[in-house]
Design a binder for this molecule. Structure first.
Ligand code: GDP
Length: 363
């Protein structure tokens, strides 16, 4: 899974991205500081994985991961190809969801590209570029569909969906605000519209506001997010950057001092999972305990394919137990088996979050 970080210059994208990579690429107090898109990988925190590792004395622990792509440089005029605009837009086209960082901190030392802090104006500036780009794409498709009307009976349906989108986008609203039927959604998948991608608005607040009530900027961002049925996560990129250099123990203490139980990055990762309808299943043994990411509704056989195509092909059954059930017998698979707690599921079984699984398969 790939998430693209977007936002105006100087809102804290690089700072957040540094926290993600812990690589310490320069966060500088001027626009355009990061030009190439960078990819950072975060592990998805999961105490179930930690517990199973300890119980089974696994030699290796592998967490699920999410890729974050830093798409800096998206500025006003990007859709007209200014400031390497088109390149950024095509980077966004490749991600599964968008993390839109919005400045919600006052700091006279940090220049704002438009002179003042105004989160909704800032969101609009970025979204308008994405909207313009979507309109351009749809107009091209519209012309094509119109030509195909006589020969292709699907073209009329497609044209109808295109026009619905163009109507919404023409009002400067994101494509995701349009309600579609399932059939229409199926048609629109092909369009790969930027403003139809799931989005999380990240309100970047000042380091001394973490743990306090929402400031006015945050309230406005949350209000806006609601109009798009989108999530809003409050973080302080500065704090995330500091946290990323600490050990797990120190991190815990620091978070407790701040009066929060989860880092902003952890919150963001969780929200991304929810947003994209992702769940994890687990495998465990002396060699390795591991979390695997799948979409909700994935069948046992397809889940097996995540591990290896051979296991999917030769699938016989999935021996499975819910993590919570397993923990009732202290996480011991052998005891669970003796007590008949492990179920044998066929290939059509719909995997549940936290299923601990052993796949049986023919080689
Ligand atoms: P980008 O252009 O969006 O990548 O923004 P940067 O991450 O480079 O941040 C721009 C400036 O804002 C830097 O000087 C950061 O230190 C500062 N900044 C980022 N996050 C915070 C924050 O949470 N609080 C404060 N006070 N400054 C921040």
């Amino acid at each position: 899974m790939k998430l693209g970080i977007v936002g105006l210059p100087n809102v804290g994208k690089s700072t957040l991205f540094n926290a993600i990579t812990q690589a310490g690429a320069e966060a500088q107090n001027y626009p355009f500081c990061t030009i190439e898109p960078n990819v950072g990988v975060v592990t998805v925190p999961d105490e179930r994985v930690d517990n199973l590792t300890n119980i089974n004395k696994s030699k290796k622990t592998v967490y699920a991961t999410i890729d974050f792509v830093d798409i800096a440089g998206l500025v006003k005029g990007a859709s007209q190809g200014e400031g390497l605009g088109n390149k950024f837009l095509s980077n966004i086209r490749e991600v599964d969801a968008i993390i839109h960082v919005v400045r919600a901190f006052d700091d006279t030392n940090v220049v704002h590209v438009d002179g003042s802090v105004d989160p909704v104006r800032d969101i609009d500036t970025i979204n308008l570029e994405l909207i313009f780009s979507d309109i351009e794409i749809l107009q091209r498709r519209q012309a094509k569909a119109q030509k195909a009307l006589k020969a292709d009976k699907n073209a009329a349906k497609e044209l109808e969906v295109i026009n619905k989108f163009l109507n919404v986008l023409g009002q400067n609203k994101s494509a995701r605000t349009l309600e579609l039927t399932e059939a229409e959604k199926e048609i629109s998948k092909d369009f790969n519209l930027l403003t139809d991608k799931p989005v999380i608005y990240v309100a970047n607040v000042s380091e001394d506001e973490i743990g306090s009530a929402d400031n006015d900027y945050v309230k406005k961002i949350k209000e806006f997010a609601q109009t798009e049925n989108a999530a809003c996560v409050v973080i302080s990129a500065r704090i995330e950057e500091e946290l990323s250099s600490l050990s797990a123990e120190e991190k815990k203490e620091y978070l407790a001092d701040l009066g929060v139980d989860q880092s902003g990055l952890d919150k963001l990762v969780r929200a991304s999972y929810d947003l994209l309808g992702l769940i994890s299943f687990l495998t465990t043994g002396p060699d390795e305990t591991r979390a695997w990411t799948i979409s909700k509704g994935t069948s046992a056989q397809n889940a097996a394919g995540k591990i290896h195509s051979d296991i999917q092909r030769g699938f016989i059954r999935a021996e499975t137990i819910a993590y919570d059930e397993l923990m009732k017998v202290d996480g011991n698979m052998v005891t669970a088996k003796e007590k008949g707690l492990i179920r044998s599921e066929g290939k059509e079984y719909v995997m549940q979050d936290g299923d601990v699984v052993l796949f049986r398969f023919n080689v």
